[in-house]
Design a protein around this ligand. Structure first.
Ligand SMILES: Cc1cc2nc3c(=O)[nH]c(=O)nc-3n(C[C@H](O)[C@H](O)[C@H](O)COP(=O)(O)OP(=O)(O)OC[C@H]3O[C@@H](n4cnc5c(N)ncnc54)[C@H](O)[C@@H]3O)c2cc1C
Length: 459
């Protein structure tokens, strides 16, 4: 699932704003990504954002991307926090600030009650620049290479093939699946794979499309004893008014997500960074507008999703054909190691532990997932294999680094090719401890300085 629209997936995502743990970026730097330690990327996170609570040592106050705190008033979330205290988990004031670990209020990329996507924050304000042309309904099909130098891009639009020449560089931002696809279509990738699909290899770069990693998640879910405020707001007449108010005034229940909290936890004390995130939800995934006599209301429920933050399993993206309009083959390869099976199982157990605490008693009905029949480790593992899904954070298929499989150098330049960079989630060397959109924005912000040849912001 990807956003094929201006702003890409930031135009369709859940808007959660999470930078990850400082240790993630220090690991990147340790593993060869010079310039990407936490101290070095922090100024770029700050330059990106306007945090509604104002600038401080960790947060930005003047950037294009608006970030707000959660505004949900459902008492269920207070009970979750009490349950977390009961279980002795820490609370963090700002998980994008000094300390990520613990339970904290959710933060969202929202401005005036509306989505603040990459297109809203960065592209729209730049649209009137004379040196910018935006082509929509255009499919980039190939990077034009002269020897090993990128000279431009070929694309199709309205059935016609076009060429654009690059004065200096070509910057790919097609996202995790399409940037590696475009490299491979251009003859940059694993030479033997390219030959299999009839593409003449130009630069043998075996790492292209490898190293796919993604956040896996499952549901821990309960029926709710009495319907909550989101359920009430979903009655069709109210929902229509709420949406109209949200659209016109940018206020009211239509601007508030049925979620309020995040938690970033370590399943073992000795870990350097959290390995489980909880995504909380005060409504069922298939909530819909209802109206007495017309469409019966849904049974209200609530839950949390444990997300495995640092899987060992690696997948791969491959071409099915040399035709650019043919979707790539995506092999996620989830749960390929014992570590991953154990970690997500631990996440489910921790989630169940909190959901079963006394503080939630007044809200908690029957457990619907994993369900009372799931007790033993084997039963939990079977539940995970049956129901786990992606949290939509694939990354790292054009990973930067210095190792053999690295596709990009730490300046995001494609190795072995002149004048070509990749600037999107595929450039991440590995997963960070949280949703990745903020990290992608930071990469782009830093890339702007790299492309312009500016000195990096002071660490
Ligand atoms: C359903 C969903 C929910 C998510 N929720 C969250 C969340 O709450 N918080 C969070 O932090 N992250 C979330 N994410 C992840 C996050 O949004 C993405 O990781 C991030 O937007 C990726 O940015 P990107 O620039 O790498 O690629 P994308 O945003 O995917 O952008 C790629 C762009 O390139 C275009 N493109 C691709 N190929 C071509 C081509 N050949 N020619 C022309 N154009 C092309 C696409 O149309 C798109 O506009 C979510 C993702 C999804 C799908």
């Amino acid at each position: 699932m990807r956003g094929k629209v201006l702003g890409g997936s930031s135009s369709i995502n859940v808007m959660a704003y999470v930078r990850g743990h400082r240790g993630d970026y220090d690991r990147w730097a340790r593993n060869g990504c010079t310039g990407w330690s936490y101290a070095e990327v922090l100024p770029y996170f700050k330059r990106c954002e306007t945090w509604e609570k104002g600038e401080n040592a960790w947060r930005g106050g003047r950037g294009p991307l608006s970030v707000i705190d959660s505004r949900n008033r459902d008492p269920l979330f207070e009970a979750w926090l009490d349950a977390a205290r009961e279980a002795d988990w820490p609370f963090t004031e700002d998980y994008n600030g000094k300390e990520q670990e613990g339970f904290g209020l959710g933060q969202w990329t929202i401005r005036n009650g509306r989505r603040c996507s990459a297109a809203v924050a960065f592209l729209r304000p730049a649209l009137s620049r004379p040196n910018l042309t935006v082509e929509i309904n255009a499919l980039a099909t190939r990077v034009i290479l002269e020897g090993t130098r990128a000279r431009g891009v070929e694309y199709t639009s309205a059935g016609r093939i076009h060429h654009v020449a690059a004065a200096r560089e070509v910057l790919l931002a097609g996202g995790v699946f399409n940037s590696p696809q475009l490299l491979m279509l251009s003859g940059i990738g694993d030479a033997s794979h390219l030959r299999e699909v009839g593409i003449q290899p130009k630069v043998n770069l075996p790492g292209v499309g490898r190293n796919l990693q993604d956040h896996l998640t499952v549901d821990v879910h309960h029926l709710r004893r009495a319907p909550g405020p989101f359920h009430a707001a979903m009655r069709l007449d109210r929902a229509a008014l709420n949406m109209a108010r949200a659209y016109v005034l940018g206020t009211g229940p239509g601007t508030v997500l049925p979620s309020h909290l995040h938690a970033f936890l370590k399943t073992r004390r000795e870990l350097a960074v959290p390995d489980i995130q909880f995504l909380f939800r005060g409504a069922p995934p298939r909530a819909y507008p209802w109206l007495p006599g017309i469409k019966p209301a849904y049974a209200d429920s609530f839950g949390l999703r444990p997300v495995m933050l640092h899987p060992e399993s690696r997948g791969v993206v491959r071409l099915r054909s040399s035709d650019p309009s043919t979707p790539v083959r995506i092999v996620q390869n989830f749960l390929a190691t014992e570590h991953d099976v154990r970690t997500i199982r631990e996440g489910v157990k921790l989630g169940r532990d909190i959901a079963g605490r006394k503080s939630l008693e007044q809200f908690r009905g029957r457990e619907t997932a994993p369900g009372p029949e799931c007790r033993t480790d084997a039963e939990l593992d079977a539940f995970v294999r049956r129901t786990a899904i992606t949290a939509h954070h694939p990354c790292a298929m054009c990973a930067m680094g210095t190792g053999e499989d690295a596709v990009l150098d730490p300046s995001l330049r494609v190795r072995g090719v002149d004048g070509l960079r990749v600037i999107d989630a595929s450039a991440m060397p590995d997963l960070v401890s949280g949703n990745i959109n903020a990290c992608v924005m930071m990469i782009a912000e830093k890339a702007a300085d790299l492309v312009l040849g500016k000195l990096p912001l002071p660490a």
